[in-house]
Structures are given as structure tokens and as C-alpha cells.
Design a protein around this ligand. Structure first.
Ligand SMILES: [Zn+2]
Length: 58
């Protein structure tokens, strides 16, 4: 079983949405979630992303 180790150094220093500086915890969260996207959102924007569900039925 191989695990892909990703370093926070590979991640951007700022939120891809609002541009706020990312904390180490927010970077680590992005790694844990295993996103394939190079974009990293701060906790605030990430929370908004969850709420904005494009598949939601209105
Ligand atoms: Zn943000």
C-alpha cells in the first residue's frame, strides 16, 4: 500500500478564492482531503464551498 506524500511546500501560500494567507493547518487540511486541484481555499472559503452545493435541489 503506497501513500502519496504531499508537502505543504507544494501548496500556494494564499487562498485561491479570496487571497488571504493560508495557515499551515489549512494547507494540511487540503492535503488530508486529497484534492487533486492545485487550488487551496482558506477555512472560510472552504466552508462556503460546502454550502454552495451545485447538485442541490431547489
Ligand atoms: Zn479564502
Amino acid at each position: 500500500m503506497e501513500l502519496e506524500e504531499r508537502s505543504v511546500e507544494e501548496l500556494p501560500d494564499n487562498c485561491s478564492s479570496c487571497g488571504n494567507p493560508l495557515t499551515d493547518a489549512e494547507k494540511e487540511a487540503a492535503i488530508v482531503e486529497g484534492t487533486d486541484s492545485p487550488e487551496v481555499l482558506c477555512a472560510t472559503c472552504a466552508d462556503e464551498q460546502v454550502e454552495l452545493d451545485p447538485d442541490q435541489e431547489g
